[in-house]
Design a protein around this ligand. Structure first.
Ligand SMILES: Cc1cc2nc3c(=O)[nH]c(=O)nc-3n(C[C@H](O)[C@H](O)[C@H](O)COP(=O)(O)OP(=O)(O)OC[C@H]3O[C@@H](n4cnc5c(N)ncnc54)[C@H](O)[C@@H]3O)c2cc1C
Length: 493
């Protein structure tokens, strides 16, 4: 049932141990997140040990991990074809100590990786979670590779800001859509249930604050319900909820949103209704290199290798090597909230190694200027100012001089995804406001707090998929342990 799953009916199962989903139906209402007290009732309401809300990288990693642990689960996904922000991403996953990284001759420990994240956040990342995620990501990727056929490679040729060594893993296609495709194929092969067109709108909880089930809207407007022993929220954050962005990230209120519409803040709404603690709500992944009007990501590798950002007055306005996330805010502060990425022929060749860049180039984003005068005319600035800007390498002495012909891409600052959310412990258990965990509610990926601290500048490249994949892996193991103990609902079924 992954991909274009049927509108209703049975999720597939390798072992066919789960009866068809022909769940309880009730009159339709909009898919607004709500919290209901009690347990979904009715003989036709099915029970599954674990329910996952959302089938992006986090949800599918959790589902695959549960399948490895021989625990039945279903991932409920609102879209016809699961994609989420994962499919829109570049699909680069950082990890320390994978077999792939070791084979490339790079020796680093999870602690080394954690140190880079800690430095980027100036020590503000949540320490227990940082340790848990950096330790879990390599085993998670190794398992996805060894058991589920994801053929990760180590990216070569440049380092992202703040990465001391090469640790970015990607599939050969180097796209998030390829990552999603591979996860979905793996889920199909493992017989994992992914029920598409199932927009979860209800969480059910009993008087002990145990999650007892969920309700989800089907395309015909009816609501079906399931009971469960543990619930994993893997439905990402609030980047697609304009009102929440306005309130919580005011500096991004007018920014383009590069993520998925399903990032609507529903996990946070449920958390608030339950009395969960929220954390790092000011943390997010921005990007200062979003081509306009094409609406496409231009790889920051070009900046790291010597490209520069210039505003409409022909001057640079920040140190590009600090990070693309905070660059979003710097670009948005420029006249017209715009900048030009300026580079030359060797950097054009580097850009063309990235599928996103090639798509943007095909869409007309890359403008060639044979001379400095032509570049000044394109930008609309004084040529002598531009000449001085390009000649001045005093703050980036390692940067070689750019030479004609020049290439320029008009960009703005964008919001990619939020890094604040439900506070969780290192086992991905959602915490109450008093810091104690709910009995059987788990969250990971963009639905939970990340490891980027509470500000845009804390985002180290890759923290998004780190949280999604390491978090999905950990949450699934916690859920499996809860199911095995039979403690989540106080009974085994
Ligand atoms: C342009 C871009 C490039 C990026 N590049 C990178 C990168 O290279 N490396 C990196 O680490 N990070 C990157 N990121 C960030 C990364 O994409 C996210 O952090 C990551 O995909 C989050 O995964 P997730 O599974 O938590 O969420 P998602 O992939 O968004 O999945 C959540 C799923 O939940 C579903 N859903 C939501 N609500 C409900 C509901 N109520 N009921 C049922 N289903 C629901 C959604 O439809 C979606 O399929 C990038 C982001 C963008 C936008």
């Amino acid at each position: 049932m992954t991909g274009a799953g049927p509108m209703s009916g049975a999720p597939r199962s390798a072992g066919a141990t789960v009866p068809p989903i022909d769940a309880h139906r009730s009159p339709s209402h909009a898919a607004v997140p709500s919290l209901r007290r009690g347990t979904p009732a009715g003989d036709d309401v099915l029970h599954l040990p674990v329910v996952i809300v959302g089938a992006g990288a986090c949800g599918l990693t959790a589902a695959l991990t549960l399948s490895d642990e021989h625990v039945d689960c279903v991932a409920l996904e609102r879209d016809v074809v699961p994609s989420g922000s994962t499919a829109l991403s570049s699909g680069f996953v950082p990890a320390a100590g994978t077999r792939v990284q070791v084979a490339a001759g790079i020796v680093e420990s999870p602690a080394d990786f954690a140190a880079d994240i800690r430095d980027k956040t100036h020590g503000t990342a949540n320490e227990p979670l940082l340790q848990a995620y950096t330790e879990a990501i390599a085993p998670a990727l190794d398992l996805l590779q060894a058991r589920h056929g994801l053929t990760f490679e180590l990216l070569d040729g440049f380092l992202y800001p703040g990465h001391r060594v090469r640790r970015m893993h990607a599939l050969p296609e180097r796209t998030g859509s390829a990552l999603m495709g591979a996860l979905q194929r793996a889920a199909d092969a493992a017989g994992t249930y992914v029920l598409t067109q199932s927009h979860v709108c209800e969480l059910w909880c009993d008087e002990d604050e145990r999650i007892t089930g969920v309700g989800y809207v089907r395309p015909d407007g009816t609501i079906e319900r399931l009971r469960c022993d543990a619930l994993i929220l893997a439905c990402n954050g609030f980047g697609g909820n304009a009102a929440m962005v306005r309130e919580l990230l005011p500096e991004m209120k007018d920014a383009a949103f590069g993520g998925h519409a399903g990032n609507d803040g529903s996990a946070i709404a449920w958390g608030q209704a339950l009395g969960a603690r929220l954390a790092d709500m000011g943390g997010y992944q921005g990007h200062g290199s979003w081509a306009v009007p094409q609406g496409a990501l231009i790889s920051w590798a070009i900046m790291m290798a010597g490209g520069i950002q210039i505003n409409a007055r022909g001057v640079r306005f920040h140190d590009e090597t600090q990070g693309y996330s905070e660059a979003a805010v710097h670009v948005l502060q420029q006249p017209g909230a715009l900048a030009w990425n300026v580079f030359d022929t060797p950097l054009l060749a580097l850009g063309r190694e990235f599928p996103d860049f090639c798509d943007a180039e095909r869409a007309g984003a890359v403008r060639e200027c044979a001379t400095l005068e032509a570049l000044a005319a394109l930008i609309g600035c004084d040529v002598s100012v531009l000449e001085a800007t390009i000649a001045d390498r005093s703050d980036r002495s390692d940067r070689r001089a750019l030479t004609a012909p020049f290439y320029a891409i008009k960009v703005t600052g964008a919001l990619f995804h939020t890094q604040g959310g439900l506070d969780i412990d290192p086992d991905c258990r959602v915490l109450r406001t008093d810091g104690t965990p709910f009995p059987n509610l788990l969250a990971a990926g963009g639905a939970a707090r990340g490891v980027s601290g509470n500000a845009v500048w804390g985002y180290l490249s890759g923290n998004g998929l780190l949280s999604a994949i390491a978090g999905g892996f950990i949450a699934a193991r916690t859920a499996a342990a809860l199911v095995a103990q039979g403690t989540s609902t106080g009974e085994t079924r």
